[in-house]
Design a protein around this ligand. Structure first.
Ligand SMILES: [Zn+2]
Ligand SMILES: [Zn+2]
Length: 365
């Protein structure tokens, strides 16, 4: 079984042949159909977010179930599934209180590079290779069954792959975290794989002003295609000033930051109206800090918050997004910029780094 392994930060991923141990209780072995290439994999390659090395990255994928472990009664071999990268145990405080996207076990798995029982299934000889829960830069993996949502046959596997990170996160920020209503106004900063999904979710929700800021003119054109009512290149025009101009001087109801940059986080905070909400989706570097004027907190009641994984209930939201796609309300085909084979994965990251991709896709079939 071939996989792309990260052995050292800032080094190319190495394509290696690994062994895969059988699924244990509550797990399934899957064969990947396609995997998205996401910025948060890149931040891990660059060591901006620490990982347990060596590790197989990749967290946005579609797959076929190949083998079912003990205690799995809702999946059978041959099922077509979308993966969600955040395991929800169903038992911890956050799962029980309606925030499965903050599951203690799931977040611990992402930090520690192990599966739910604290062990790994990837081996190279005697060497243990770590997981990033889904680990879709591999032909096959063993994953928690709770991370796999069955999808209908009509959904193509390439578009299905995108749902589990970029689509869920971007649309979830709008549907779940902001709860945008018809007539609302938004600023979306960053028109990549996540930002574009925030834009189309805002359009589906009936937002009146959808202002999108990005340095890349191609991405701005794509944002207009996905429903942006206004676009701005911050190298030419101040997005905060424009956000105010478009809302009678007040500021937008919501701002969504999809880059993970302290300057654009501040921009989002400045662009919202009093009692508005700025929602950060982008993963900044671990030691990055953002300052806001303290006095504005009591005087304006502005809210600066984040949304982990689109504040989603992953299995339910995957199902809803699949249905919106089948109803032709959610556009996914247009998000795929380019496809690569697994052995071209370093080229895919090079292109992503160069700002060329809305979404690059590794195809296994
Ligand atoms: Zn991602
Ligand atoms: Zn939990």
């Amino acid at each position: 079984m071939k996989a792309a392994v990260l052995r050292a930060y800032n080094e190319p991923l190495s394509i290696e042949t690994l062994d895969l141990m059988p699924p244990r209780t509550g797990e399934v072995r899957v064969r990947y159909a396609a995997s998205g290439v996401c910025h948060s994999d890149m931040t891990r390659i660059e060591g901006k977010r620490p990982s347990a090395l060596p590790i197989v990255l990749g967290h946005e994928a579609s797959a076929y179930v190949e083998e079912v472990g003990p205690g799995v009664d809702d999946l059978v071999p041959g099922d077509r599934v979308v993966m969600s990268f955040l395991y929800d145990c169903g038992r911890c405080y956050y799962c029980r209180s309606g925030h499965p996207n903050l599951c203690e076990v799931g977040i611990g798995m992402l930090r520690g590079g192990k599966l739910a029982d604290g062990t790994t299934r990837f081996r190279k000889g005697d060497e243990e290779i770590h997981h990033m829960t889904v680990s879709s830069f591999a032909e096959q993996s063993v994953v928690p069954a709770r991370c796999a949502t069955k999808i209908p046959d009509e959904v193509p596997m390439d578009v299905a792959a995108l749902i589990g990170c970029g689509v869920l996160t971007g649309s979830g920020a709008v549907f779940n975290a902001a709860m945008v209503r018809p007539g609302d106004s938004l600023l979306v900063v960053g028109a990549g794989g996540v930002g574009l999904n925030a834009v189309q979710a805002a359009a589906i929700s009936g937002a009146r002003v959808i202002l999108v800021s990005d340095l890349n003119e191609d991405k701005l054109a794509m944002a207009r295609d996905f429903g942006a009512t206004h676009t701005v290149n911050p190298s030419q025009t101040d997005p905060v000033a424009l956000a105010k101009e478009l809302t009678g001087g007040r500021g937008v109801d919501f701002a969504i930051e999809a880059l993970g940059n302290k300057h654009t986080i501040r921009q989002c905070y400045d662009a919202i109206r009093p009692a508005g909400k700025a929602i950060v989706l982008g993963a900044a570097e671990a030691d990055s800090c953002c300052e806001i004027p303290s006095l504005t907190l009591p005087f304006t009641e502005k809210v600066l918050t984040g949304s982990m994984y689109g504040s989603a209930r992953p299995r339910l939201d995957v199902e809803r997004l699949v249905n919106l796609y089948l109803d032709r309300k959610l556009r996914l085909d247009e998000l795929i910029s380019k496809s690569y084979r697994l052995d071209q994965i370093n080229e895919a990251f090079h292109d992503l780094h160069g700002g060329k991709l809305a979404r690059g896709l590794i195809r296994y079939e």
